[in-house]
Design a protein around this ligand. Structure first.
Ligand SMILES: C[S@@+](CC[C@H](N)C(=O)[O-])C[C@H]1O[C@@H](n2cnc3c(N)ncnc32)[C@H](O)[C@@H]1O
Length: 205
């Protein structure tokens, strides 16, 4: 793909850390009517959403040396890059191979190692087989009502802790109504985009 822009993204914190992120200039140019017909597939992966930025800032504030970290629906994978920068062993996943090609490109750009894997979270047995993951990340994955049930089902199988960023989407409400039955839940607003909240879900011991 030739029409690519590269942006420097600030991760916050006292050190002023940044990451370089390459992405398609226009996600609309990537619309593919055949792919939409198959599974209402839209190229949402090609945008860097405020939730992805917020989750990357939350991850950058953590010490993750040696931790096994998994990202679901990673899109361009900024939180995965932040986790790798913080010392984690990271696997970034999405159902879009094009997204993962950008994650690999961005990992190289930032000189970090990230494994990538095409995974649809409605059929994620391969990730369950590698559980427990120390930390699972997901940004803006509850943007369609059909995503709620599969993620409520899958996330507790993957590991003891999830960080999930969400911009307050109405479609996410049933997820947060159901989550306290399975998780201890703590949430806080992002400093830069306060409409985005980062939710920390911890499985009770
Ligand atoms: C709104 S975008 C968010 C992208 C990125 N996490 C961010 O915050 O910038 C939603 C992401 O979920 C991915 N996705 C949607 N449905 C999926 C599914 N069933 N399995 C895996 N990934 C999916 C999309 O390809 C897209 O990358």
């Amino acid at each position: 793909m030739s029409d690519v822009v590269t942006e420097t993204v600030a991760l916050g914190g006292p050190g002023g850390a940044t990451l370089e992120l390459a992405r398609p200039r226009s996600s609309e140019a990537l619309l593919d009517e055949d792919a939409f017909g198959d599974d209402e597939f839209l190229p949402y992966w090609a945008e860097l959403w405020p939730s992805g930025r917020a989750l990357a800032r939350a991850v950058a504030a953590r010490r993750l040396g040696g931790a096994r970290v998994l990202e679901l629906g990673c899109g361009l994978g900024l939180p995965s890059l932040a986790a790798a920068r913080a010392g984690a062993r990271v696997t970034a996943t999405d159902w879009s191979p094009e997204a993962l090609a950008f994650v690999a490109r961005n990992a190289a750009l930032n000189e970090v190692a990230i494994a990538t894997s095409v995974v649809d979270w409605r059929a994620a047995e391969a990730l369950e087989a590698q559980a427990p993951w120390d930390l699972v990340l997901a940004a803006d994955v509850l943007y369609e009502a059909r995503n709620v049930a599969p993620l409520l089902d899958l996330l507790p199988r993957l590991g003891p802790e999830v960080l999930l960023a969400d911009p307050g989407r109405a479609t996410a409400q049933p997820f947060f109504a159901a989550a306290p039955a399975r998780w201890a839940l703590r949430s806080w607003p992002d400093d830069v985009h306060p409409a985005v909240r980062v939710h920390r879900l911890r499985r009770p011991a």
